[in-house]
Design a protein around this ligand. Structure first.
Ligand SMILES: Nc1ncnc2c1ncn2[C@@H]1O[C@H](COP(=O)(O)OP(=O)(O)OP(=O)(O)O)[C@@H](O)[C@H]1O
Length: 627
C-alpha cells in the first residue's frame, strides 16, 4: 500500500526523534498519553465530585457521602494538577528536543552543502530555495520542533476523541455526531493549512527576495547606504511588494476554502447546539443527575481538539515540509558514487574498476597546464573563457591582467576547482585536475580572493584559519605577517594576535579595508608556510595605499618565493615583477611574456601600462601634485 507523503514525513520526523534521543522520545510518548487522557479524566473526576455535593450537604461532611466527596475532590484535584503540569513539562521536553535535533539537522545541512568541492550549487536558485526551506527560514518555523509538535497535536487530537467517547457513554449518538461534525470541518481547515504552506513553497524566490529586503533594514553591512541614500521606505516597500507577489496566487484559493470552512463551521455549531439542547432538555425533565450534567457540559468543549485546526497545525505543516528538503539537498549534493568494482568471477562484467581520486599532496612538481579551457556559467548566454592554453611551470609566477569582466577571477575559481571547465581540461603534473581529490588539491592552494572573508575572530585565528587543526605556530604567524606587511598592524592591536577583529563582540575592534587586505595576504602566506604550494592572489593590492603597494612590489619575489603563483591585478606596478604576464581579453589570452618583452611588443599590455604610468608621471598629475 502506498503511504501518502504527509504520513511518511510524519513517521520520518518521529524516527528522527527516536534516533537522536530514546529518553526524549519516550518522555514525549508519555506526554501524548497524558494529553489524550487527562482532559477527560479531569472533567469526569470533577463531575463525580459535583455529584457528591448534594449528599454531603444533606448528611454532613463527616458522613459517608461527605467522605465520598472528599475522595472525589482529592482525585479531581490530582487530575487537575497533573493537567496543569502538562504544559511546563512539555515545554522542557520540547526545548531539550529542539536543542538536540537542531544540532543534528544543522550538521546534516552543513555537510550536505559542503559536500560538493565547487561553489556552483550555491548560486543555483533551486538549491537556495531548498536551503532556505530546510533551515525553516522562509516559514519562520524550526524543522527541529516537528516531532514534539506532532506528538503534542496528536495527543490533543486523541484527547478530543476520548471526550467524544465519553459523551457517547451518555448518549451514543451525541459523541458520534460531534465527531462527525468535527471531521467534516477538519477537511477544509486542513486544506486551508496545506494550501497556505503550498503557497509559501511555491514562492521560494519571491519570499527569499522579500526576506532579503527585511535583512537590508537591520544588517550592519547595509546600514550606511540605507541612511546616506535614504533607502528606509524603499526597503520596506520592496519587502512588502515581494511578499505580496509571493502570496497573491493563494488569495482566491484561500477565499474559496474560507467559505467552505464557514459552511462546515455552521455544522459544528449545530452539533454543539444539539448537545447543549439535549443536556438542557434532560436537566429540565430531571432525567439527568448533577454528576452527569457537570461532566458532560464541559466535555462538549473538550471534543474540540479532535477536529479544530489552530496556528499550531500550520506551524506543524511548515516544520514537516522542511524535512524532505533536507533529504533532497543531501541526495542532490552528494558526490557521485564510485562505480562498483567489476566482479572478477564474472567474465561478462562490464563495470569499470573503481578509481579513487589521485592524491594531490606535493603537487605541482612540474607544471600546471590549461589545455583548451573554456567556461560558461550555468544559464549564461556565452562563454566567459574560450580555449585557453597556458603552461605555468612549478615554482614560477604568472600575472594575469585584463579589463573588468575579462574572466580573470573565473579562471581562479577553475584553478581552485570551485568550478569545472565546460571545455578542455586543467592538468597538474599531467594529472587531470578532475581526477584529483578536490579537498586535497584545495589544500595545496593558498588564495587571497578579491572578496576575501573578514572573520569575526582573533587576528591569530584569522591568519591561521586554514590550518586550524594545528595550534597556531607563533614563528610562522610572525613571518607571514612580516611578509604581508601586517606585522606593525598586529603589534598595534590592543591584545596583539589575540584581539578579536569585530566591533560586534566585547573588546573587539575593526580594521580598515587595507589592513584587512594585509591580514588576508598573511592568511595565504601562513598557509604557504605550512605547506601550500600554489599561491593565488586576486587583486592583493586593491585596497592598499601607495606606500603599501610599493612595499608589496618590493617584496613580490619574497612573497612568491618557493611557490607556483598567480597574481591578478589592475595595478601594473604589482604585476611587473612576475616571471610572465598574460593579458586576458574577453576570455582569451592575447599576450604572454615578461614585462619588458610585452612593453617592447607595444600591444594592449604596453598601452595599459603606459596609460597607468602616465597618471603618475604625466602633466595632469604633476599639476595636481603642485596644487
Ligand atoms: N557567478 C556568476 N554567474 C554568472 N556570470 C558570472 C558570475 N561571475 C562572473 N560572471 C560573469 O563572468 C564574466 C567574467 O567575470 P570575472 O569576475 O571572471 O571577471 P574579472 O576579469 O575578474 O573582472 P574584474 O577585473 O572586474 O574583477 C563577467 O562578464 C561576469 O558578468
Amino acid at each position: 500500500m502506498r503511504v501518502p507523503a504527509g504520513y511518511r514525513t510524519r513517521w520520518a520526523s518521529l524516527r528522527l526523534l527516536w534516533g537522536s534521543s530514546r529518553g526524549l522520545a519516550l518522555g514525549a510518548m508519555v506526554m501524548l498519553v497524558a494529553d489524550a487522557a487527562l482532559p477527560s479524566l479531569t472533567l469526569v473526576s470533577m463531575g463525580r465530585a459535583a455529584g457528591h455535593i448534594p449528599g454531603a450537604v444533606a448528611d454532613g461532611v463527616s458522613s459517608a457521602a461527605g467522605h465520598a466527596l472528599w475522595w472525589a475532590l482529592a482525585l479531581a484535584a490530582g487530575c487537575f494538577t497533573l493537567s496543569m503540569l502538562r504544559g511546563p513539562v512539555e515545554d522542557v521536553l520540547s526545548a531539550a528536543a529542539r536543542a538536540r535535533l537542531t544540532a543534528v539537522l544543522q550538521e546534516r545541512l552543513v555537510r550536505a552543502v559542503s559536500a560538493p568541492p565547487g561553489i556552483a550549487h550555491l548560486e543555483d536558485p533551486a538549491v537556495l530555495d531548498r536551503l532556505s526551506f530546510a533551515q525553516g527560514e522562509v516559514m519562520g518555523q524550526q524543522p527541529a520542533d516537528a516531532p514534539m509538535t506532532l506528538l503534542q497535536t496528536a495527543g490533543g487530537r486523541l484527547g478530543g476523541l476520548v471526550a467524544c467517547g465519553v459523551l457517547s457513554g451518555y448518549h451514543w449518538w451525541l459523541g458520534l455526531t460531534l465527531l462527525a461534525a468535527w471531521l467534516v470541518v477538519r477537511r477544509p481547515l486542513g486544506a486551508l493549512v496545506r494550501s497556505r504552506v503550498g503557497t509559501f513553497r511555491a514562492a521560494g524566490e519571491p519570499l527569499r527576495r522579500s526576506w532579503y529586503f527585511l535583512g537590508v533594514a537591520w544588517r550592519p553591512q547595509f546600514a550606511k547606504e540605507v541612511r546616506v541614500f535614504g533607502l528606509g521606505e524603499w526597503v520596506l516597500d520592496s519587502y512588502q511588494r515581494w511578499y505580496t507577489e509571493a502570496m497573491r496566487p493563494s488569495w482566491r484559493t484561500v477565499g474559496r476554502l474560507n467559505l467552505r470552512v464557514a459552511g462546515a463551521g455552521l455544522l459544528v455549531l449545530a452539533a454543539y447546539g444539539l448537545g447543549a439542547g439535549t443536556l438542557s432538555w434532560d436537566a429540565y425533565h430531571h432525567t439527568v443527575g448533577l454528576r452527569t450534567l457537570a461532566t458532560m457540559l464541559p466535555m462538549l468543549l473538550a471534543t474540540m481538539p479532535v477536529g479544530s485546526v489552530t496556528a499550531t497545525d500550520f506551524a506543524l505543516e511548515s516544520m514537516l515540509s522542511a524535512l524532505p528538503d533536507l533529504d533532497g539537498l543531501e541526495a542532490a549534493l552528494a558526490p557521485p558514487a564510485l562505480p562498483a568494482p567489476a566482479d572478477p568471477a564474472d567474465p561478462e562484467a562490464l563495470a569499470p574498476a573503481a578509481v579513487a581520486p589521485a592524491d594531490a599532496a606535493g603537487l605541482p612538481r612540474a607544471a600546471i597546464r590549461l589545455e583548451g579551457v573554456g567556461f560558461r556559467y550555468p544559464g549564461g548566454q556565452q562563454d566567459v573563457l574560450h580555449g585557453l592554453d597556458l603552461e605555468l611551470p612549478a615554482g614560477t609566477s604568472l600575472a594575469v591582467v585584463g579589463v573588468n569582466g575579462a574572466g580573470k577571477t573565473t579562471l581562479v575559481t577553475l584553478l581552485a576547482r570551485l568550478r569545472e571547465p565546460t571545455a578542455g581540461r586543467i592538468t597538474v603534473d599531467g594529472h587531470d585536475l578532475a581526477d584529483l581529490d578536490p579537498a586535497a588539491w584545495q589544500r595545496q592552494l593558498a588564495v587571497v580572493f578579491q572578496d576575501f572573508t573578514r572573520y569575526p575572530l582573533t587576528a591569530a585565528e584569522n591568519v591561521s584559519l586554514a590550518l586550524r587543526h594545528d595550534p597556531p605556530d607563533p614563528g610562522a604567524l610572525s613571518r607571514a605577517a612580516e611578509r604581508a606587511g601586517a606585522a606593525e598592524l598586529v603589534e598595534g592591536l590592543a591584545n596583539g594576535w589575540q584581539t578579536v577583529l569585530s566591533p560586534h563582540y566585547t573588546g573587539g575592534t575593526d580594521l580598515s579595508g587595507g589592513q584587512w587586505q594585509r591580514l588576508a595576504l598573511a592568511r595565504a602566506l601562513y598557509a604557504v608556510e605550512r605547506g601550500a604550494r600554489v599561491l593565488v592572489l586576486d587583486e592583493p593590492t586593491a585596497q592598499l595605499d601607495v606606500r603599501a603597494e610599493a612595499a608589496f612590489y618590493d617584496r613580490f619575489l619574497q612573497i612568491t618565493e618557493g611557490t607556483t603563483s598567480i597574481v591578478i591585478s589592475h595595478r601594473f606596478s604589482t604585476v611587473r615583477k612576475a616571471d610572465r604576464i598574460a593579458v586576458l581579453d574577453a576570455g582569451r589570452i592575447t599576450e604572454l611574456g615578461g614585462h619588458d618583452e610585452l612593453l617592447a611588443t607595444g600591444g594592449q599590455y604596453a598601452e595599459l601600462f603606459r596609460t597607468q604610468a602616465a597618471r603618475f608621471t604625466g602633466p595632469a598629475s604633476t599639476r595636481r601634485g603642485r596644487q
